[in-house]
Design a protein around this ligand. Structure first.
Ligand code: SF4
Length: 443
């Protein structure tokens, strides 16, 4: 039997990077590669990087050094040196410099060039070292996606790339470029193709989906995708508060398969900090948008991102953040300590909140949020929830799926249920998930 070449992908960062990794995997599988968990025995190693925060960027550097040194010291036995690819934001930011810094890296590829990956890997195998970064006239996300087996129950579809908001702490507009929206017809075609191949849920993704500027805007795009025959559920992420409109909020009531789940980062509860972050809204305006969402989705879940220790953040500013978290009672909260990123405008502000204060604030915020999530999960005990079954649970002993509000539910059930909607009676509310018992098939 001919041995297929093996590839390993390590992904850092956000949903956009996970989506890009999936696309790279699809392209290379179409060229005969198979996925491997072990970077040390792979023929192709791709590190899809993130530079939004300092910590993931440091993790990327140390991962690359580890893998590269493993290869140098012959830990891969008799296999020849793998092709090393650096993709994503760090690749875009450093470009060819990466080839100088890491002599074992063969290819540096930016987000706009991902569709060229299979051909570039072939060129590397013939001895070239290549840097493919910078804006393309027809970027990767506008290229047709390869279709084939391996479609999951829940699939993401990119609707826009880049960002025009220039939040003062964020590097995305510099590495992902200005915002570009995909034509609606292409999005609907891609989503329809995925549903025809077995996807039951589509998640529309972009740095800021609700500023989608394709024909008819985002509310109309949601309507068009929601009408795809066979689509059980529709979600979207991420939303910017300043672009969250009433016509969008109304869709939560109008479209049956649009799940009541909104991810809308607030970043800080202090007007002073929000202004320095260049977020384009006030605390009161954020709360108005939350109220607007809840008017149309009264039991809807809400998630957010938040930064503590931004330059100049006082104790009072932090208290305002804590109060906002209590007031909104988020279902999901991703919180981080501020770290200065090269090339962003916040670099000219003194990073004056001491590290121990940042750490203490983050801990306090996360404790508050954990207690609130736990309480919310306990409130669901005794209710029946519609769950889309996605596959085995992370421990592998049960089946797992999500409620419409995006909560993970584990329960005993057969593998043949994957892809179906079931009603689950919730029996236990844990810190990060729910446990229950299947009552019946919901559809
Ligand atoms: S909205 Fe702000 S934080 Fe989000 S990607 Fe754009 S610049 Fe970055």
């Amino acid at each position: 039997m001919i041995e297929r070449p093996r590839m390993h992908i390590k992904t850092f960062g956000c949903q956009m990077n996970r989506y890009d990794s999936d696309r790279m995997l699809e392209m290379m599988v179409a060229r005969g590669y198979e996925l491997s968990d072990d970077p040390n025995t792979a023929d192709l190693v791709i590190v899809n990087t993130c530079s939004v925060r300092e910590k993931p960027e440091r993790k990327v550097q140390s991962f690359v050094s580890r893998i590269v040194s493993g290869s140098r010291h012959g830990e891969k036995g008799s296999r020849s040196k793998p092709v090393f690819v650096i993709a994503g934001c760090v690749a875009e930011q450093h470009g060819g410099e990466f080839l100088d810094m890491q002599p074992d890296v063969d290819l540096v590829i930016g987000p706009d060039h991902l569709h060229e990956l299979p051909d570039l890997v072939e060129r590397v195998k013939k001895g070239e070292r290549i840097s493919a970064v910078g804006e393309e006239t027809v970027p990767s996300f506008l290229q047709a996606r390869p279709s084939g087996p391996g479609v999951r129950v829940s699939e993401a579809v990119t609707i826009a790339k880049g960002c025009d908001n220039y939040c003062s702490y964020c590097i995305v507009p510099y590495v992902r470029g200005r915002e570009r929206s995909r034509p609606a017809v292409q999005i609907v075609d891609e989503a329809s193709g995925l549903v025809a191949l077995g996807a039951r849920e589509i998640v529309l993704i972009g740095q800021n989906v609700n500023s989608y500027s394709g024909e008819g805007g985002f509310p109309l795009l949601l309507e068009r995708v929601s009408r795809i025959p066979g689509l059980s559920r529709l979600r979207f992420t991420t939303s910017h508060p300043k672009d969250f409109s009433r016509s969008l909020a109304r869709q939560f009531k109008e479209l049956d398969n649009l799940c009541e789940w909104l991810h809308m980062p607030f970043q800080s509860g202090s007007d002073r900090v929000l202004e320095n972050m260049n977020r384009g809204y006030t605390r009161a305006q954020y709360l108005e948008k939350v109220a607007m969402y809840r008017e149309y989705a009264p039991n809807g879940a809400i998630g957010a991102d938040c930064i503590v220790g931004f330059p100049g953040e006082t104790h009072k500013d932090f208290e305002d953040t804590m109060k906002l978290v209590e007031e909104v009672c988020f279902d999901q909260l991703f919180s981080f300590k501020y770290s200065p990123r090269p090339g962003t405008s916040a670099l000219c502000l003194a990073d004056d909140v001491p590290m121990d204060v940042k750490t203490g604030r983050l801990k306090e915020l996360q404790e508050l949020h954990t207690a609130m999530t736990r309480r919310k999960n306990l409130e669901l005990v005794g209710t029946r929830q519609q769950v889309l079954v996605e596959g085995p649970s992370s421990r592998g002993d049960q089946m797992s799926g999500r409620t419409r509000s995006n909560k993970v539910v584990n329960f005993c059930g057969k593998e043949s249920l994957v892809g179906s909607l079931v009603l689950v009676h919730i029996e236990e509310g844990l810190a990060n998930s729910l446990r229950g018992r299947i009552e019946e098939s919901a559809a």
